[in-house]
Design a protein around this ligand. Structure first.
Ligand SMILES: [Zn+2]
Length: 135
C-alpha cells in the first residue's frame, strides 16, 4: 500500500499546485457582472466567446477541485482501511482499476451507472433549458 499512498500524495500535490496557478487566472474572469451586464447591445459573438472561455476555466478548475477532493478522500480511506472498496456497492474495486486510477471510489459497474445517470440528467436539462446560459 505504500506505493499507492506515495502516488496519491504526489498526485495531490500536483493537483493542488495546478489549482493554485489556475486560481489567479480564473478569478479575473469571475468578477460578478463583468460580462454583458451594462450593455444590452453587447456584441453577441464576443459575449459567447467570453462565456466559453469562462466555462472552460470553470470546468478545468472544477475538475481539479474534484480531483483534489477525490485524492484527499482516497488518502483518508487509506488511513481508515476503507481504501479499495466501492463506496456505492461496497464490493472490492479491482486492483487493475486502482493501479490505473488510484483515487477511484467506485467499481467499474457503479462508475458506469453514475456516468449514465449524469449524461441522462444533462440531456434532460438541455431539452428543458435549451437557451439558458445560467450556470
Ligand atoms: Zn460498486
Amino acid at each position: 500500500m505504500e506505493t499507492i499512498r506515495e502516488r496519491l500524495e504526489e498526485d495531490l500535490r500536483t493537483a493542488v499546485g495546478r489549482l493554485r496557478q489556475l486560481g489567479g487566472a480564473v478569478a479575473v474572469e469571475e468578477v460578478p457582472g463583468a460580462i454583458g451586464d451594462n450593455s444590452p447591445y453587447a456584441d453577441e459573438v464576443d459575449e459567447i466567446q467570453a462565456n466559453e472561455r469562462r466555462e472552460i476555466g470553470f470546468a478545468t478548475r472544477e475538475l481539479l477541485v474534484d480531483r483534489v477532493n477525490r485524492l484527499s478522500a482516497a488518502l483518508e480511506r487509506l488511513n481508515s482501511g476503507d481504501y479499495g472498496t466501492c463506496i456505492e456497492c461496497e464490493e472490492a474495486i479491482s486492483p487493475a482499476r486502482l493501479r490505473a486510477l488510484p483515487e477511484v471510489q467506485t467499481c467499474v459497474r457503479c462508475q458506469d451507472r453514475i456516468e449514465r445517470m449524469g449524461r441522462h440528467l444533462e440531456e434532460d436539462e438541455e431539452e428543458l433549458e435549451a437557451v439558458s446560459d445560467d450556470e
